[in-house]
Design a protein around this ligand. Sequence first.
Ligand code: PMT
Length: 317
Amino acid sequence: MSLSESASVEADAAQLDAFLASFDDLTADGRDHSALEQRLERFLAGARAETSGRRVVMITSGGTTVPLEKNCVRSIDNFSSGTRGAWSCEEFLERHEGYDVLFLTRGGSAQPFVSDFQEVLFSEEREDPTYLHGCVDKVMRYCHGPRFLRVEFTTVFEYLHLMRMVSKHLRPLGSRVMVYLAAAVSDFYVPADRLPMNKIQSRDRVTGDLALEKTPKALGVMRHRWLPEAMMVSFKLETDESILIDKARAAARLYDVDVVVANLLHTRKDVVQLVVRGQDAPIVLERAGDRRLEGKLVATLVDRHERRFVVNERELS
Ligand code: PMT
């Protein structure tokens, strides 16, 4: 990294720290973070053991919110259902045993093995309970087992605060970590000093007060400061196909991530394009019939993670 790039990462990191500090009362969110850190340490102990060789994937999933009041009644939200993240968790847990899964999930969004549970439970057509029992069995087997840890967020501040904290614990695992950033993170927020303490009254005019600021990006800081050795997979969502790949390439270059998974809002369940660092043409992955796209997506990324180790070993020998 050049001197000016390194200075720019330092500036981004400082900006992110200042951003989180300005929302300290909201990021603390009443949770006992020291208890969470202890849970994290217990969860990572197996992978940390020197001879384990286990890998850890951190999957982020669902949309973040931006509060409009400190005592929040209203917030700005986004479309993300968390399905990509939940289904990807299932893939890692069921088909890639060498990975432990840390799932950072938006409260109330889709969860592994039960993403369609309510729909099926209340459907008039499907009365056979076998499917539902199967879902519960899988939750008990995988999500209540030692390979899975689930942590919830709601606001963009909680999300970025968790990312910074969790990264600190993952860092000693070096290149055995894969970061899989499928969450849809709010790009804009209302600064703390402009947030009213209490519920905005319906008689008030809010137009003048709703100017939004740009949320600091975490990707570059994560790549260069928090988890420099991890395999980083970020996602790029657009609604205009003509700019998708250029934007994904720009993100790959700017943040130096290993893979950018590019998708369009309305076809995100059917097709993704993988922009891989150092590779010209994107890899196109399409859903085959009823089979979820996440099967191919996760298998391709696991394969690239594996190849990274082979390359590193060659460089060392
Ligand atoms: O949840 P589903 O309904 O199943 O939909 C899945 C999905 C469309 C949400 C998912 O496939 C996806 O594309 N997620 C990323 C969407 C997004 O926020 O893209 P973006 O272009 O705004 O951000 C690009 C990357 O920057 C993301 O990996 C994000 O984690 C990261 N980011 C964003 C903002 C910020 N302040 N810091 C960041 O690091």
